[in-house]
Design a protein around this ligand. Structure first.
Ligand code: ADP
Ligand code: MG
Length: 734
């Protein structure tokens, strides 16, 4: 079956569904959230029921306070876990980890063990729970160790809940684990995340102690809630597009006559098939204990969003992986394909993952909550200024944390935050930092009431400032929202970076304040020391604060004047990971050793090279086997028409012109294929960075030229000869 047949068949099938008002799948019945939530999680509720009291308390101390796990209890916990899993249908268990590929990895082992008499017993020991030993050689290590040194270990992370992964006819017990090499280097995203959370905890506690607000507080966590944007298209279109199949983004495709200009999709009513899909995803996620809260249409046609309630950053990062997994897994049941790429469709809004971030005590106090009368809330101002200082000092590393080939199509384009990292504070906080700078904190700006002018409508309390969608790093009421994170990315790495840079600023502030108040601190001494220190921080770092329109070209000039870095693409952004500044920072807070940091640099550059190379090969292949043949067929039809018309002795100058014109375009397209091939064939790069830069500077631009011509062909070739599902079909048929 040729692709063009499947295109037309898909259109017909979708039309039929619409006529029948049916969703093409047996839909699971609606159940109350309370009854499903956490059903597949070996969490606190199950542990309380199934573990002896003492052991339960011990595990809880590890989960809540981050205390080391008592190894003597592993056996009992493993047994209870196994019984629970088997009762729930599980046959296998796996250490579930997050190698540097950015996705998750698992190797399943069954619970069975031969009993020596021709039968089997089930077994799951404490050591099988706590430690695993997958062959590490096939995961990227970035030179941490040679491939022949294959040994790697996974270690149970008791702070993230164990869960059941249900397949059509399989149930697997998944144990979140950390992944390290034989020599102890972190080969994953979890180990540095946990280390960076420890760093924040240590430094933030010092600040709380200074303010005397540490009573009853055992730990400070970073919290995170990630809003996931994604596209949904009919799966049959997806399989008809080699570029989506292999690269997750379209490499060809002319703009539809309509896209998002009517702004009729954003927050619009969710199409029935999509809503059914969303509810099914949510059900699975609820079972896994992921607290999904929000769903809505996004800006682009066929674009949607899902967001959970925030959790501690480590659990949030694991849960975010589950969100991506479930979104992908459930879609085919409804004949859909979920696209998590940052820019599946050129010229159409891209997808990000807004990473909402804050710090909170284990007693539930959000340290970035300004509360009322914020000008008197010195502790909040300290945490706020720590973030401002951190982002200004390490904008380059923060930018690097979201760098990858996919995000290059989004960051800096005219819809997503620019690649310049700046902070949006809003009117109220802006006013406060101006007061701090002047050395006199006097008042807090109030938002007042919003009167809608109709007697029956309530008066709404108004925020003190409007929102700003254009800022990459925005204060949004009681948290920061890092919006430059890519939709396909693991949130672990950006959070490692945020935590580490903020830990450093908290350390700096705590050290200054501790020495200023000395051995006999008084409230007065502290207040004066804080005022003086924050004044200096604001003076030194306010350049990173920008409340205006991040899309405005004038801002780019202004940012340059202020000396803010602007790494427009991943290849230039990666360099920050190689700096001495970064190495010192990560080493000081014991988040990454020099070797571990370097390995990440290598892996990310390598991933960039691989991604762009696959795209280049796919583009050439599609150009030669799909686009060009379609164009030649069209050309033949034109030529035949000219010949037939002439034979009938009818004047056909215009059709002949069209043929000539079209043949010229086909010729240009052919040349453009050769140009991509030539630039891609270049070898002998002096190192990986040079290779990545050559792909960026030569191959990607040639691919863009090729695409432009291909899209022009699409606009001229007869529709029934065009082999690829079009943007119009993919974005509007659902
Ligand atoms: P928006 O208006 O940007 O959609 P929401 O209030 O809906 O903002 O929150 C978006 C995300 O931010 C949600 O996942 C939410 O749980 C998360 N969030 C809220 N408070 C915090 C916090 N203190 N720390 C981390 N994330 C938070
Ligand atoms: Mg948001």
């Amino acid at each position: 079956m040729s692709d063009s047949v499947s295109r037309i068949e898909t259109l017909r099938a979708v039309a039929e569904w619409h006529e029948n008002g049916a969703v093409p799948h047996e839909v699971p019945k609606l159940e109350s959230v309370q009854s499903i939530f956490g059903r597949d999680v070996f969490g606190e509720r199950v542990m309380r029921e199934r573990l002896p009291k003492e052991i339960f308390r011990s595990v809880l101390r590890t989960i809540r306070l981050g205390e080391p796990l008592d190894p003597s209890i592993a056996e009992t916990v493993a047994n209870a876990m196994k019984d629970w899993a088997i009762e729930n249908g599980a046959t296998h268990y796996t250490h579930w980890f997050q190698p540097l590929t950015g996705s998750t990895a698992e190797k399943h082992d069954s619970f069975i063990w031969p009993d020596g008499h021709g039968g089997v017993v089930t077994e799951f020991s404490g050591s099988a729970l706590v430690q695993g030993e997958p062959d590490a050689s096939s995961f990227p290590s970035g030179g941490v160790r040679a491939t022949f040194e294959a040994r790697g270990y996974t270690a149970w992370d008791p702070t993230s809940p164990v869960f059941l992964n249900r397949g059509t006819n399989s149930v697997t017990l998944c144990i979140p684990t950390a992944f390290v090499s034989y020599t102890g280097e972190a080969l994953d995203k979890k180990v540095p995340l946990l280390r960076s959370m420890d760093a924040v905890n240590e430094q933030a506690m010092r600040i709380l102690r200074l303010f005397g607000t540490d009573k009853g507080v055992s730990r400070v966590f970073t919290t995170c809630g990630a809003e996931q944007e994604y596209f949904l298209i009919d799966r049959r279109f997806f399989v008809g597009r080699p570029d989506l199949l292999l690269c997750n983004r379209t490499l060809f495709g002319s703009q539809p006559p309509k896209d998002q200009q009517l702004e009729d999709h954003y927050f619009g009513s969710v199409p029935e098939r999509v809503l059914t899909y969303m509810a099914d995803c949510e059900k699975e996620l609820y079972s896994l204990g992921v607290p999904i809260k929000t769903r809505h249409n996004e800006v682009a046609p066929a674009q949607f969003e899902i967001a959970p309630v925030f959790e501690n950053a480590n659990v949030a990062a694991d849960h975010q992986q589950l969100v991506m997994q479930v979104l992908r897994k459930v879609a085919p049941k409804y004949g859909l394909q979920c696209l998590l790429h940052e820019k599946p469709f050129a010229g159409v809004n891209g997808s990000g993952k807004h990473n909402n971030w804050s710090m909170a005590t284990d007693t539930g106090v959000n340290l970035l909550d300004p509360r009322e009368e914020t000008h008197t809330n010195m502790q909040f101002l300290v945490f706020l200024c720590a973030v401002i200082r951190a982002v200004d000092m390490h904008a380059d590393i923060i930018r690097a944390s979201v760098a990858h080939a996919g995000n290059d199509h989004r960051l800096g384009a005219n819809e997503a935050p620019p690649a310049i990292i700046s902070i949006f504070l809003g009117d109220m906080l802006q006013d406060l930092i101006e007061q701090i700078e002047k050395g006199a904190l006097k008042s807090t700006m109030k938002g007042g009431k919003l009167d809608m002018g109709a007697a029956s409508l309530p008066q709404l309390p108004r925020h003190t400032g409007d929102r700003n969608r254009t800022s990459p790093f925005a204060f949004t009421g009681n948290k920061f929202e890092f919006r430059a994170v890519g939709s396909s990315q693991s949130i672990a790495w950006p959070n490692v970076i945020l935590n580490t840079v903020v830990a450093e600023s908290l350390d700096f502030i705590a050290t200054e304040l501790e020495s200023a108040v000395g051995k006999t601190p008084t409230e007065e001494k502290l207040k004066n020391a804080v005022a003086k220190l924050l004044q200096k921080i604001v003076k030194d770092h306010k350049r990173v604060v920008f409340n205006g329109d991040g899309y405005d070209i004038a801002w780019h000039k202004e940012a340059e004047k202020r000396g803010l870095p602007n790494f427009k693409d991943s290849v230039s952004a990666f360099a920050a990971l190689k700096s001495k500044k970064a190495a010192d920072l990560f080493k000081k807070y014991k988040v990454l050793s020099k070797v571990e940091l370097e390995s990440r640099y290598h892996i990310y550059v390598e991933q960039y090279i691989k991604t762009v190379s696959i795209e280049a090969r796919t583009a050439v292949n599609m150009a030669k086997t799909l686009v060009l043949p379609a164009a030649l067929r069209h050309q033949t039809e034109l030529a035949e028409t000219v010949a037939a018309t002439q034979a009938a002795d009818i004047d056909c100058a215009q059709i002949r012109d069209e043929l000539e014109d079209f043949a010229e375009l086909t010729g240009k397209f052919k040349d453009a294929i050769a140009a991509v091939e030539k630039s891609f064939a270049h070898n002998g790069h002096k190192d990986e960075h040079a290779h990545a830069a050559q792909l960026r500077d030569e191959v990607l631009p040639r691919m863009a030229d090729l695409r432009e011509l291909g899209d022009e062909l699409e606009n001229r070739v007869a529709n029934d000869l065009w082999p690829l599902p079009t943007y119009r079909e993919m974005l509007f048929v659902r």
